[in-house]
Design a protein. Structure first.
Length: 162
């Protein structure tokens, strides 16, 4: 397990650039909202802790993880965020639906990173069961939302330096 020996919320704040001048978009799936709200809270708190004013964090909701790609695309086109974070949670069920949604979300977010000059951070949990999702959205493995926010700050800095 990739997160077994790593807490997703751990980072060295001294190595993170100040993000006060950046604007962050966060697109959040309403599906599995207990999980996605935890991820959002982790991301928002990490951004605030690293100098981002609350007014520079914009949140949009979409129905599910499949719709994250469209939401992120429209946010890039209309909101002028420096980075967009896509937050979702897909939990394995009894059908292949899980595979299709996970693949479409991952490929779609990759496509946005290729097509646009605005980085899109993949914060979509793809877990085998609810407990794994809980453990990664503020539970025993920390919060993937925090990790995504730190990645977003680093990518905003990279983008501004190029």
């Amino acid at each position: 397990m990739a997160t077994a020996n790593k807490n997703l919320s751990d980072y060295d704040k001294a190595t993170i650039p100040n993000a006060k001048d950046f604007r962050f978009g966060i697109v959040v799936s309403e599906w599995n909202d207990t999980i996605t709200e935890g991820l959002y809270k982790g991301a928002e708190q990490a951004l605030l802790d690293n100098g981002v004013p609350k007014s520079s964090i914009v949140r949009w909701n979409v129905p599910g993880s499949f719709e994250l790609v469209y939401g992120c695309k429209k946010m890039i086109q209309t909101d002028k965020a420096d980075v967009v974070i896509a937050i979702g949670s897909v939990i394995q069920g009894e059908t292949k639906h899980f595979d299709f949604v996970c693949s479409a979300a991952a490929q779609g977010i990759k496509d946005l990173n290729v097509e646009y000059d605005t980085p899109v951070i993949f914060c979509v949990l793809t877990d085998n069961n609810l407990q794994q999702a809980i453990d990664r959205s503020g539970g025993k493995h920390g919060n993937k939302g925090t990790e995504a926010a730190i990645a977003a700050i680093k990518m905003a800095t990279l983008r501004s330096n190029i």
